[in-house]
Design a protein around this ligand. Structure first.
Ligand SMILES: *Cc1c(COP(=O)(O)O)cnc(C)c1O
Length: 495
């Protein structure tokens, strides 16, 4: 790193900016807080002048890579442009000054927004009701599985298994396991789609649900979805749709119409609310009528234009998030939907699929394409054709970083060796897609002519090639008690 930590730059005699007096006397603090909770020493915070602090953070920000400057071809992640209009709406004082404990009579506008967003999402995915509470996609999966579990229990059935295809996103088996289900894997066939024979073999009266995503994580549409739905429903199980990425479908077809009973959506992917960096997301869940009684409380109800929160839902799985979910994300997603309109959302899907197919065609012959096209909103290539040159998917990704692109998702899905998963989204222009394809072409030439050079990229970024092997070895040794704590954070030197 070229920028030292603020702690390292700290100078003991610098005066901090002067702040207005807090108006609380030390004696009063002692009255309200127990003495054992009061500090005896000032915290060891760095001391820098105001311009030094500002320059420190500006320099760090300039080392960052972000969607506002560059392209993220991150498969299964839908990193599209976040429209500034969303931010303008979310920062309206009527939204930013709300308090979650306000009486519902005083927040009718906020409730109306939630109600309308629910209607819009119901229309996009074809379900009867939506809960906006879950804070992320994985949280939505978990919420939906709890509802499915409650549904089966209400009928006196203790179903213990959840089926998950081998190409599924890792959160699917994790959510099922966290809900107390046993995860049973279903194999993909050679065409990258779920094997109906294996599905039939694994279906039984023990199965609570099949979790699917369509198009699947290889970017392929499961053409036999109606047969799959019938097989699953015939055994009394529910069909769950991982709708983290709806970018191929909006306005074209709906999970509800394909026979899915529950769907989660990632507002921070398809609906342009910012994501990455662990910031707040939102993973609403839509359900068909059968599952509606089990929705988390409260639901937002509207009668004759008056809105209220309904807490009296005896079969509800309860609250899954404090208050009403990440409200700011709901405002952004609603703004996006209204700005786009139904036609705009349909166009976005068409363009996303076109972009993916265009890029897929452009990398044909450069990387392996293990599955036949066309693809939907993303495609999976493989770097295994570069194995004879000693080049792996990781090297291609690092070469892209060197050429000022974010790296695509690599080594996922697990069913493709040396996977490179690309999702360009609809918000990227043809020149950007071409520049990306040109960069891949350049990397493939370098892989063949000078693989050693590629092994050492990137050179031009604040952080170069990390020694991942040594890191893994060291962390493993630490976990097995054979070495000291790896140094993962800065600690002050105590004298
Ligand atoms: C991103 C993603 C998830 C998980 O969403 P989070 O908001 O990261 O929890 C689940 N499934 C698929 C297919 C995804 O792409």
């Amino acid at each position: 790193m070229t920028e030292p930590l603020s702690f390292e730059k700290s100078r003991p005699n610098v005066h901090a900016p002067r702040l207005p007096d807090a108006g609380v006397a030390a004696a009063e603090v002692g009255d309200v807080l127990p003495p054992e909770l009061l500090r005896s020493q000032a915290p060891a915070l760095p001391r820098l002048s105001e311009p030094e602090v500002m320059r420190h953070y500006s320099r760090l920000a300039s080392m960052n890579y972000s969607i506002s400057e560059q392209f993220y071809p991150l498969g299964s992640c839908t990193m599209k442009y976040n429209p500034v209009a969303n931010e303008a709406a979310a920062s309206l004082p009527g939204f930013t000054t709300l308090h979650p404990y306000q009486d519902e009579e005083t927040v009718q506008g906020a409730l109306e927004l939630m109600w309308r967003l629910e209607q819009a999402l119901c229309a996009v995915v074809g379900v009867d009701r939506v809960t906006l509470q879950p804070a992320a996609g994985a949280h939505g999966e978990w919420t939906a599985l709890r509802m499915i579990q409650a549904f089966h229990r209400s009928r006196g059935e203790a179903r213990t298994e959840v089926l998950v295809p081998d190409s599924a996103h890792g959160t699917n088996p994790a959510s099922a396991a966290l809900s107390g289900f046993q995860v049973v894997e279903v194999a993909s066939g050679p065409d990258g789609r779920i094997s109906l024979a294996d599905l039939e073999a694994k279906l039984s009266s023990r199965v609570a649900a099949l979790m699917l995503t369509n198009p699947n994580t290889l970017g392929l549409f499961e053409r036999e979805i109606l047969d799959i739905a019938e097989l699953v429903h015939n055994t009394g199980a529910k069909l769950y749709y991982d709708g983290a990425n709806l970018n191929a479908l909006m306005g074209v077809c709906r999970p509800g119409d394909m026979g899915f009973d529950a769907v989660h959506m990632n507002l921070h992917k398809t609906f342009t609310t910012p994501h990455g960096g662990g910031g707040p997301g939102a993973g609403p869940v839509g359900v068909k009528a059968d599952l509606v009684p089990f929705l988390p409380t409260p639901t937002v109800e509207r009668t004759n234009g008056h809105l209220k929160l309904d807490f009296k839902r005896p079969q509800s799985i309860g609250r899954v998030r404090s208050f009403y979910g990440n409200f700011g994300m709901l405002v952004r997603a609603y703004t996006y939907i209204v700005a786009m309109g139904g036609d705009g959302l349909t166009q976005a899907s068409m363009d996303a699929v076109l972009s993916a197919n265009y890029l897929r065609k452009r990398v044909e012959g450069l990387l392996d394409l293990p599955h036949e096209g066309p693809c939907m909103h993303e495609f999976v290539a493989s770097a295994r054709n570069l194995a004879p040159n000693g080049i792996k998917a990781l090297d291609v990704a690092k070469g892209l970083l060197e050429r000022d692109f974010y790296a695509p998702t690599i080594y996922f899905p697990l069913v493709v060796p040396e996977a490179i998963m690309v999702e360009p989204t609809e918000t990227e222009s043809k020149p950007t897609l071409d520049a990306f394809a040109d960069a891949i072409a350049e990397i493939v030439i370098e892989a063949k002519e000078d693989p050693e050079k590629l092994h050492h990229e990137p050179h031009s970024l604040p952080v170069g090639r990390l020694d991942e092997v040594a890191t893994a070895r060291r962390i493993n040794a630490y976990l097995q008690g054979q070495s000291e704590d790896p140094i993962l954070r800065w600690k002050p030197v105590r004298d």
